[in-house]
Design a protein around this ligand. Structure first.
Ligand SMILES: *Cc1c(COP(=O)(O)O)cnc(C)c1O
Length: 437
């Protein structure tokens, strides 16, 4: 029997569930990459998760490196986080007046993220970046923003330009529906290309409100900033009076406790957060220098609001997760990186043995696996990867009980509850998967 047929039998209930979902939701999903279009086949449906394991509705168990696309740094259904959320829920789901949870959360986020003096909670990463841009434009009185090819900052109109990730997977350079006038206010440069940013500033310096960047890119696979790139952006934005925005929706509390800005010692003016900050609940945040944040309503004229922002369940989950991270400290990030590096090393060595070009990166609790000889430093390189090989590899790993991201242009995620045992099992799975490539 072919591999595809074996898996189809093992996932019969998921297939049925997907067929039903297809008639009711666009592509059967509520977020495009979940539909597996980049790797073919049909998605499996989650039944429940426990620690590093995800179980589908057919009863298959996977060691999970998707981790809900990053938020689950404490794994699935961590007892402390579940307890915090259920206790909060029993007291009321939402109030629409302030709670002390919000203050507790703000205090903790400000203490952990070096550049944040004042913070505003929102409900998603998209909302955070969209709001940060509005604020940057208001603060500088300038219309234009600079972003990097292959960086994804959520689906706000002005950020859906060369946006990597799911957008790239679907070959939509710019989404239809984004007004041309809006797209025109977004300038793009290749990631890690400081000279390109310098020429954008030379030509349009007085009109640029902000440079927004993923300080480690995680939406074109996992791509590291080259030495001097982030510091160079800091210097350029300062010289031209523009703001530097680190989109740490993925990297925040994930590449280090204080995010990429702590790890690479560069202080942005504004930071956006998401994913890990909510521990699986819908949370985003943006924050930065007091002087800039004081423009936000009701202190200032820049409007931004949310009926469910700072929701008590979300704050309880996020606060509990971040407190546990703070207690675990740097040792946790070092261990996750060691495990990620071990996975990358095994992947690269197995590829080399078979004559298949492979390259990988591990940073904190994030990693990237590329079918490319490397190094992958920008979107052009990331796009040149062998996506067909990745699709075969992805399905082979699924059959071996390991869930990776269903696209090569996405990062992989470790958690605090992945242990040596899962690592060893994953390396064994890699060996068997490569034997079939
Ligand atoms: C996921 C992501 C976003 C969007 O966050 P959502 O919660 O999906 O809206 C923005 N920026 C980066 C860097 C991300 O990884």
């Amino acid at each position: 029997m072919g591999e595809g047929i074996v898996m189809a039998l093992k996932q019969a209930r998921s297939q049925k569930a997907y067929e039903k979902a297809l008639s009711l939701m666009p592509g059967g999903v509520n977020s495009p990459v979940r539909a597996f279009r980049a790797v073919g086949g049909t998605p499996f449906f989650a039944d429940h998760g426990e620690g590093p394991y995800l179980y589908d509705i057919d009863g298959n168990r996977y060691i999970d490196y998707l981790m809900s696309w990053g938020p689950l740094i404490w794994g699935h259904a961590h007892p402390e986080i579940v307890r915090a959320v259920t206790e909060a829920a029993a007291r009321g789901m939402s109030f629409g007046v302030p709670t002390e949870w919000e203050t507790r959360m703000a205090e903790l986020v400000i203490s952990l993220v070096p550049s944040i003096e004042v913070v505003r909670m929102v409900n998603s990463g998209t909302e955070a970046t969209m709001s940060a841009l509005r604020l940057a434009r208001a603060y500088t009185g300038r219309p234009v923003i600079v972003k990097f090819e292959g960086c994804y900052h959520g689906h706000a109109d002005s950020l859906l330009v060369k946006a990597g990730s799911g957008v790239a997977t679907f070959g939509l350079p710019d989404s239809p529906g984004v007004p041309e006038a809006t797209a025109k206010t977004t300038l793009t440069a290749p990631y890690n290309d400081l000279a390109a940013v310098e020429s954008l500033f030379a030509a349009h310096g007085e009109r640029i409100a902000a440079v927004i960047v993923e300080p480690v890119a995680g939406n074109m696979g996992c791509v590291l900033p080259e030495p001097g790139f982030l510091a160079g952006l800091r210097a350029l934005t300062e010289r031209y009076g523009a703001l530097l925005i680190f989109d740490e929706v993925m990297t925040g509390f994930r590449v280090a406790l204080g995010g990429a800005q702590a790890r690479f010692s560069v202080r942005p003016d504004l930071t956006t957060l998401g994913k890990v900050i909510g521990a699986g609940m819908p949370v985003g945040a943006y924050g930065g220098r007091r002087e800039i944040m004081s423009l936000i309503a009701p202190d200032g004229p820049v409007y931004q609001a949310g009926t469910l922002s700072g929701n008590p369940l979300a704050m309880a989950a996020g606060w509990t997760s971040l407190s546990m991270l703070a207690a675990a400290g740097d040792a946790l990030y070092e261990r996750m990186e060691r495990y990620g590096q071990a996975l990358v090393d095994a992947f690269v060595a197995l590829g080399r043995r078979k004559g298949i070009p492979t390259f990988g990166v591990a940073v904190g609790g994030m990693f990237g696996l590329f079918f490319h000889e490397g190094p992958v430093t920008d979107y052009a390189a990331a796009k040149a990867c062998d996506t067909r090989m990745y699709a075969r590899f992805f399905h082979a790993m699924l059959e071996e009980g390991v869930a990776l991201a269903p696209s090569q242009l996405e990062a992989g995620f470790l958690s605090a509850v992945h242990t040596e045992a899962e690592l060893a099992e994953t390396v064994a799975a890699l060996e068997r998967a490569f034997a079939r490539l």
